[in-house]
Write a protein that binds this ligand. Structure first.
Ligand SMILES: *Cc1c(COP(=O)(O)O)cnc(C)c1O
Ligand SMILES: [Zn+2]
Length: 415
């Protein structure tokens, strides 16, 4: 039977119980399956014929009533072969899993389709989250589709305009809190505890993690049933790296892949508590008080899923690294100009991390690497405009363009 379980003390909870933290020890909750049952069930269906998408994996999801599914057609994102960039770095094989191709432009949709479907199954009418942007954009869309009321808390300070515009147009009630992300998260945790009619959809919600694990499944399916040697992924609140690892381990247990990738987490230098833990070999997370980075989606000082993420990194033989804002912005531009993939700064941190880890010899050039780019570049157009050459203003005359492009003035010959 599918159930929920505390990752620390193993206390079990019913799959339909609303529980965000263990009632005994306060630790995180995860969904567990009986793999013999699941394998049997899978054998009786044609799931491998269903097009690549989150719901191809519905038997791996904690939803009992498929009529409650709320979907905008998420997942099935491209796994792009990046020969040119790979060659520049001397890598044998580099792929980019571009999560910006999801309905609201980030991987958050994978988790929200499952989280909101479960909320729907549980009869929730109100949903809430704290967000640096993409979570609120995604939740607002799925809440709109399902007819739930949506409240989002965003931290004060710089927020990427593309994301804010999404939450607003989808009709969420948006609060900008005079405080940082970690304070906003603390508030929604307490609000949902005090008012059980408000269902919480931050990444501690164990059902969101279930949706996000499909990212791992898809990568294996796109590589014809093989796991890559390494996954490089940006880490903020640390739900995604934990979810992707869960996906790989479940596929491994079911025998669909025969090895596991090294999970490699990348954090912004000004906001890197998990990378610090990995570098120091410590077992407790020390929060960063005032996290700062241009990569707003990973500007998080106290990642709530740090324990799951650190377990994923350590159990997979992976690592974590930090990158500076300059490295992030250079990587963003490089990926756009060499591979035609435009991602937001947080997403580019996986590319920046890859470059750093190849250059310092941690990543072997013979490895097959998949970098996850988590969100679309149009989420944060201001940064992209600031980073690029300004448009050149010219007179409305051909010769002006020819001059600017270094072309010769030639008569157009009559044919
Ligand atoms: C949410 C988000 C992240 C961070 O993911 P976590 O699960 O919080 O670690 C990274 N990049 C983008 C674009 C995001 O939206
Ligand atoms: Zn517990």
């Amino acid at each position: 039977m599918t159930h929920q379980e505390c990752i620390n003390c193993g206390t079990k909870y019913d799959i339909n119980e609303i529980v965000y933290f263990c009632k005994k020890c306060g630790d995180l909750i995860e969904v567990k399956y009986n793999f013999d049952e699941l394998a049997e069930k899978l054998e009786k269906t044609n799931w491998k014929q269903v097009p690549l998408s989150v719901w191809r994996y519905k038997d791996f999801m904690p939803i009992q009533d498929v009529s409650k599914i709320v979907s905008l057609n998420e997942g099935g994102t491209g796994l792009h072969s990046c020969h040119k960039l790979g060659k520049q770095l001397g890598l044998l094989q580099l792929n980019v899993k571009n999560e910006g191709e999801n309905p609201t432009g980030s991987f958050k949709d994978r988790g929200m389709t499952v989280g909101v479907s479960k909320a729907n199954e549980l009869g929730a009418k109100n949903v809430i989250c704290a967000s640096t942007g993409n979570t609120s954009a995604s939740l607002a869309a799925y809440a709109a589709k399902s007819g739930m009321r949506c409240t989002v808390l965003i931290p004060s300070g710089k927020i990427a305009y593309g994301k804010l515009s999404q939450a607003m147009i989808y009709g969420a009630k948006v609060f900008q809190v005079r405080g940082n992300f970690d304070q906003s998260l603390d508030m929604v945790l307490k609000l949902s505890e005090k008012h059980p009619s408000i269902y919480l959809l931050n990444s501690i919600n164990p059902f969101r993690v279930e949706g996000q694990k499909s990212l791992g499944f898809e990568i294996c399916d796109q590589l014809d049933g093989e796991a890559p040697d390494r996954i490089v992924v940006p880490v903020g609140n640390a739900g995604n790296i934990s979810a992707i690892w869960k996906g790989f381990t479940e596929y491994h247990k079911l025998g669909f892949i025969n090895k596991l990738p090294k999970m490699t987490g990348i954090q912004a230098a000004g906001s890197a508590p998990i990378a610090q833990m990995i570098k120091n070999g410590s077992t407790e997370m020390v929060p960063v008080q005032s996290p700062e980075t241009v990569a707003t989606a990973i500007r998080i000082g106290a990642p709530v899923s740090w324990k799951k993420a650190v377990n994923a990194i350590r159990n997979s033989g992976g690592t974590a690294e930090t990158v500076t804002d300059d490295e992030i912005l250079a990587a963003q531009k490089l990926l756009a100009r060499v591979e035609g993939i435009f991602v937001e700064p947080a997403s580019a941190s996986s590319i920046a991390g890859l470059i750093k880890l190849v250059n310092n010899g941690v990543i072997d050039k013979g490895e097959r690497v998949v970098c996850v780019t988590t969100g679309h570049g149009l989420k944060d157009p201001d940064t992209a405009v600031k980073m690029s050459e300004k448009p050149i203003e010219v007179e409305a005359e051909m010769t002006a363009i020819e001059d600017a492009l270094g072309l010769k003035h030639m008569e157009i010959l009559a044919r």
